[in-house]
Ligand binder design. Structure first.
Ligand code: DGJ
Length: 790
């Protein structure tokens, strides 16, 4: 809901309020963003207005008629040169060389729709789930000294407690201007006691949470990789010291963008905090000629008084309902088997079909042929760009293998990396000028490959046409779209010297054009984004591809942290997660098969291991896992996700808890995962979240059986005969006899399960073992099923 009360504009979502007003000077003052407050007319906002009459010493007075100091105010749009010394929202170099901008109010109106960008993807509302009609506040500002327009739009997504912001800069003057910064959002808050949280990492170590108390100066979270990056995700949070998972104020912010981004949290000398988010100005310059416009990526903002967890629920619903689109928006995702960690580049039709056959036997629904199927691709030094099947490996081409996989009852999917080229490829020989490189100068390589220049329309058309040929050459149900290097040598051979500063942003625009065209041509294909795992995990990609491979690290323990990190800003329905072999290929850590499944099932479940080498026990365990997941799938993929203790509790730093709850809250599944055993701690407890307090539930565990080999030579304490470790006798007994794991069946009300938690059967502490004791070892985990009595 949006109200204009004279000079005061108030935006309301279900539980939040955002307020601003136009000053006499024409600047837009930010008044409030937080829990819902009542403003029914302009005077109700009086308490929010700053009461400074005499400006602080050594600050600037804006002008004689408006003796305000912009340095000491909360604003919606800031710029350089008029006394506000903080991070600007917009920076322009005018044709006379001046860098001063001063955007003042021109007009305002309420729209009953949301602006659609010409160049960038945006959030949308099809109205099917919303209780309040979509509204947008449009404010037009114009530079006082130059004929440049800035239109800023605030759209209210009432039910999800999200407000988005879009900005368009239009050059109405006759001169060229150089835009060196156009942010997507600015939030000024009149206090300095916030915690700024960012999610940082590296390849195989994405989304580590970092909290920093910004008390003065700046903290910057940004990407320079050409992508949204695994170093710094564009999703960030602001909260208070006292905020926790379920209580306290928490703001969440994200960008609908896949390129270099920038989020800066600053505290000024007057204890005011400012957050700006947008395209990274360090790698950005854009020339706007007469009449030309520039669109800034849409910014997404939410607030919850229900802690990090409340904020995450808002973001999850927003991403599911207003970002992801198309055929697969709410379609259950198939359980896939990917060939990469089973075969790497060493694939051929026979090997792949053997793998697919084993997959079909255990219940897999989609078989994905990863890298290695095209050109002369026997390793990562060659063939990217040559997208014709290698007929030595696939004698019947894509169609041949797709039909055979389909005949096994499975859907068929492939891997592609269309944005790249190897120098050792036919494409490079034909079009060296299509690469991102500076002619005549050496260039850097990542994974032996170069980026294609997606700013060039010929390159975009080549990718669109070639991929259209590939995708229509067989019955392809799924495509994994990979991107395995970061950008360097930013240079487009199709643009003049003046335009080179636009290259990083224009690359992203070119990519969006390609993705839009292909997803429109192939609406039924399920696309999964990937960039060496999570090097481009963002809302821009999710506007086209409904899911993203979260990390090349498939180790369940690492994934506990990585998936927890993603869960702050992204729902489980967009996070690809696979069960892989043990020892793990990225960490060499050995983890139980059940733990690998338990963690991967809190995401879009897949398998990525050599099922042909699996033992009969492993295959039957996998079959059971898949059968269970199929039963739970609607809840696991579309339910509400809650974090509990996630390796961050002061008393239990080794434990991680996740819960997913069905839409009607009648059913839930919880995971308890342990890193290292704490010796001699018999008490075990789990806290469930998201249940209805006054409903009675029963908690049961997924019952497991254990190999006696798990107990080493302790078996001799109960065995009538002495059994040697690694002996044939031990293997023979193990084949026919398995130990029963503990059985849990506990009934109680939702409020008990949530506030006290549930005391579970004790763990093994070295003083005895029977079926009342949980075998809960290093890297052990359990799934608990919680069902209401109704
Ligand atoms: C990197 C991806 O993240 C992997 O899953 C795999 O697809 C390889 N690329 C293939 O080259």
């Amino acid at each position: 809901m949006i109200n204009i009360f004279d000079n005061c504009y108030v935006l309301e979502t279900k539980n939040t309020t955002y307020a601003m007003r136009v000053l006499k000077s024409g600047h837009i003052e930010h008044l409030y963003y937080g829990p819902h407050i009542t403003i029914r007319e302009e005077k109700d906002a009086e308490a929010l207005i700053g009461k400074c009459v005499f400006n602080p010493g050594n600050t600037l007075i804006y002008d004689d008629e408006n003796p305000i100091s912009l340095e000491n105010m909360c604003l919606e749009i800031s710029s350089n040169g008029k006394g506000d010394l903080r991070e600007p929202f917009v920076e322009i170099i005018h044709s006379d060389g001046s860098r001063t901008s001063d955007f003042l109010f021109e007009s305002v109106k309420i729209l009953d729709e949301k602006p659609v960008y010409e160049t960038l993807p945006t959030a949308y509302d099809d109205g099917s789930k919303t209780t309040a009609p979509l509204q947008t506040l449009e404010i037009v500002l114009r530079d006082k000294n130059y004929n440049i327009r800035l239109i800023t739009y605030f759209t209210v997504f009432y039910d999800t407690d999200v407000i988005t912001r879009q900005n368009i800069l239009i050059n109405d003057s006759d001169e060229n201007i150089r835009v060196s910064r156009l942010m997507s959002m600015q939030l000024d808050l009149d206090r300095d006691d916030f915690v700024f949280t960012t999610f940082n990492g590296a390849w195989a170590r994405e989304m580590g949470r970092n909290d920093i108390k910004v008390r003065s100066g700046k903290h910057i979270n940004s990407s320079m990789t050409g992508t949204s990056s695994n170093r710094a995700n564009p999703f960030v949070m602001i909260s208070r010291d006292s905020t926790n998972e379920s209580k306290g104020g928490c703001y969440g912010f994200n960008l609908v963008y896949s390129g270099n981004h920038y989020e800066c949290m600053e505290v000024n000398s007057f204890r005011q905090s400012r957050l700006v988010c947008g395209i990274n100005p360090e790698t950005f310059e854009y020339i706007l000629g007469k009449g030309e416009k520039l669109e800034a990526p849409e910014a997404v903002m939410t607030f919850s008084i229900g802690g990090y967890g409340g904020m995450s629920l808002n973001m999850h619903e927003f991403v599911r309902e207003h970002i992801v689109r198309g055929t697969h928006k709410y379609k259950d995702r198939p359980i896939l088997l990917n060939s990469w960690e089973a075969c790497y580049f060493n694939i051929n039709e026979r090997k792949l079909l053997n793998l697919a056959k084993k997959g079909a036997e255990v219940g897999i629904e989609l078989f994905v042929m990863d890298d290695g199927w095209f050109g002369d691709r026997s390793d990562d030094t060659k063939a990217l760009g040559d997208w014709d099947p290698d007929l030595n490996k696939l004698p019947g081409g894509l169609k041949g293998i797709a039909n055979k996989v389909n005949a096994l009852g499975l859907q068929f999917g492939i891997w592609v990396e269309p944005e790249m080229v190897n120098e050792n490829s036919n494409l490079y020989k034909k079009h060296p000028e299509w690469t991102m490189s500076i002619p005549g100068k050496g260039h850097s390589k990542g994974r032996n490959q170069m980026l294609l220049d997606l700013t060039n329309e010929h390159v975009q058309n080549f990718i669109i046409n070639k991929m259209t040929e590939v995708f229509s050459s067989a019955n392809i149900a799924y495509v994994k779209w990979d991107m395995n290097r970061i950008a360097s040598d930013f240079f487009s051979q199709s643009m003049g010297a003046m335009g080179q500063g636009e290259m990083p942003h224009r690359y992203v625009l070119g990519l969006y054009r390609v993705m839009k065209e292909l997803t429109e041509r192939f609406p039924d294909i399920l696309f999964e984004g990937c960039a060496s795992g999570g090097n481009r995990f963002d809302l821009g990609i999710l506007c086209y591809f409904p899911q993203i491979w979260a990390s090349d690290n498939t180790d369940a323990i690492s994934r506990g942290t990585i998936q927890t990190g993603y869960s702050y800003g992204y729902p489980m329905s967009v996070i690809g997660a696979h069960v892989s072999g043990s020892p793990n290929h990225q960490t060499l850590r050995r983890t139980p098969l059940e733990t690998r499944f338990n963690v991967a099932s809190f995401g879009i479940l897949g398998y990525e291991c050599n099922l042909c080498d699996a033992t009969a026990d492993e295959l039957s365990a996998i079959k059971e896992q898949i059968a269970l997941y199929k039963k739970l799938r609607p809840m696991m993929q579309w339910g509400s996700f809650y974090r509990g203790r996630c390796f961050n509790s002061e008393t239990e730093p080794e434990l991680l808890e996740w819960t997913v709850v069905s839409k009607d809250k009648k059913n839930a599944v919880s995971l308890l995962l342990q890193r290292m055993v704490t010796p001699n701690m018999p008490m075990r407890k789990i806290f469930i979240r998201g249940l209805l307090p006054d409903v009675r539930y029963t908690l049961t565990n997924r019952e497991l059986k254990y190999s006696i080999k798990e107990f080493g030579d302790l078996v001799n304490t109960v065995s009538p005969i002495h059994i040697k470790q690694n002996s044939a006798a031990l293997s023979a007994i193990d084949k026919v006899y398995k130990m029963n794991g503990e059985k849990e069946r506990i009934t109680g009300y939702g409020d008990t399960f949530m506030s006290f938690g549930v005391n579970l059967k004790q763990g093994f502490i070295g003083t005895g073992y029977n079926e009342e004791v949980a075998h809960f070892q290093d890297y052990g985990s359990r799934l608990y099923l919680i069902d209401s009595e109704e």
